[in-house]
Structures are given as structure tokens and as C-alpha cells.
Design a protein around this ligand. Structure first.
Ligand code: ADP
Ligand code: NI
Length: 217
């Protein structure tokens, strides 16, 4: 493993260990591992160093915890990589991936410019769905004091980032506003395949949740 990657993993682990909103070190570790798995299955040349560094650093200073500011994460990542004297081109590529990565609303496109970016975005989004995705959504909702569910508040398909990030709705809405949309937004075929099963499981989960709520089950 590259020395840059080992040092970056230590840096991120120190910074995000014990984080309570579902953006902790274990999320980073899962995204990093998934990104490596996707690389193995993709038949295209991929810059592995860029993928690993971007996967490790993608949530180092997430906009959700910096008042919607999308520039803090890339800035912290850039400063860190410069301190390691990583090649400037690699730094720029990693920084660009972190800038573009995030989901910004149901009706906002978030295209990635390179295969490396597509891989990291897929790996991050796969961790937002399925059994782990469900756990993370409720952990995040709890962290933000959101209700689990409120039948009086319907989902909104946000048309811009500002509206998406200012929404304070309950966590079941988050499935409709983001999580159920992710399977059709995967970039790589491998991720599309993995997403299918995770998606079906989430649908089953939400349908049971709503049936229990209504006293049917
Ligand atoms: P992204 O940058 O695409 O938002 P992250 O890796 O930062 O992806 O993590 C997003 C995770 O945060 C989601 O999987 C979800 O669990 C949680 N999350 C974000 N917004 C909300 C919300 N409004 N309600 C519940 N969970 C949320
Ligand atoms: Ni993430």
C-alpha cells in the first residue's frame, strides 16, 4: 500500500473516530473497501491512488457540518495532501472529486468528471442504502433531532441544493427524497448490480414500517 494512503488512513481515522452521525471512521473504511472492490471489477485503467485518497478524505469536513459550505472538505484534503508532498495533479483530482461527490437534491444532477470520481461516488452511495443505509439515516436523523416519521409531512423533490440542505423533515421522507433514488444514479455497472438488492431490502423495510405505523402488521 502506498505510504500516502497509509498516512491518510491514520489521519482520517484520528479525525473521525467516534463521530456519531453515521459519517464516522467505519463509514470511511466501508467506502474505501468498496471502492477497491469496484476497481477490481472494472475493466478500465483506473488511477488507484486517486480513488483511495478520495475515498478516505471525502467526508473529512462534510458540508452538512459546515453550514452547507462545499469548499471546506476539498480545502482540508488539499492541505493534508500538500503536507505529504503528494503530486499536485493528484491533489487537484482528489479535491475535484470531493467537491462534486455529494447528493444535492432529487432534481439536481451530480455528474462526476472521471472514472475515479464515479467509483468513489458509487462506493459512498452504496453505503447510504441497504441495511447499513437504513441505520445511517436514523442515526443522522437522531443526531439532528429529527422525527422518525410524521404522516402529516410529505416528501419534497428538491430542485436545488439550498432547499435540500435546509429541509428538516422526518427520516422516512429521506428515503423518498434521496435513498430510493440512488439505485438509478449509480455510475458503474458493478455498483448498479449491488444497489438492486440493497434497494429491494430498503423498500421492504419502509413498507413494513408504514404498515406497523398503521397497525396493519
Ligand atoms: P452525501 O455526501 O451524498 O450526502 P454522505 O456520505 O455524506 O453522502 O452521507 C449521507 C448520509 O447521511 C446518508 O446516507 C444519510 O443516512 C444521512 N443523511 C443525510 N441527510 C439526511 C437526512 N435529511 N435525513 C436522514 N439522513 C440523512
Ligand atoms: Ni460519505
Amino acid at each position: 500500500m502506498s505510504d500516502y494512503v497509509t498516512k491518510t488512513a491514520d489521519f482520517v481515522r484520528n479525525k473521525l473516530e467516534g463521530e456519531g452521525s453515521g459519517h464516522d471512521w467505519w463509514h470511511i473504511l466501508r467506502v474505501w473497501n468498496m471502492a477497491k472492490e469496484l476497481i477490481d471489477k472494472i475493466e478500465k485503467p483506473v488511477d488507484i491512488l486517486v480513488v483511495e485518497l478520495a475515498a478516505l478524505l471525502h467526508d473529512i469536513a462534510d458540508h452538512k457540518f459546515h453550514d452547507g459550505d462545499l469548499t471546506v472538505g476539498p480545502k482540508v484534503a488539499t492541505e493534508w495532501l500538500q503536507s505529504l508532498r503528494v503530486d499536485e495533479k493528484v491533489i487537484q483530482h482528489v479535491s475535484e472529486i470531493i467537491t462534486d461527490l455529494s447528493f444535492k437534491g432529487a432534481d439536481v444532477e451530480t455528474p462526476m468528471k472521471t472514472i475515479e470520481g464515479e467509483i468513489v461516488q458509487d462506493a459512498d452511495r452504496l453505503d447510504a442504502i441497504g441495511a447499513i443505509g437504513i441505520a445511517r439515516a436514523f442515526a443522522y436523523g437522531g443526531h439532528k433531532s429529527r422525527e422518525l416519521y410524521n404522516p402529516e409531512v410529505k416528501p419534497t423533490m428538491h430542485s436545488n441544493f439550498e432547499a435540500y440542505r435546509n429541509d428538516t423533515g422526518h427520516t422516512i421522507n429521506h428515503f423518498y427524497e434521496k435513498l430510493f433514488l440512488l439505485k438509478d444514479r449509480m455510475n458503474t455497472d458493478v455498483a448498479k448490480e449491488i444497489a438492486k438488492e440493497r434497494h429491494t431490502f430498503m423498500e421492504l423495510y419502509v413498507s413494513r414500517f408504514l404498515q406497523e405505523w398503521d397497525g396493519i402488521l
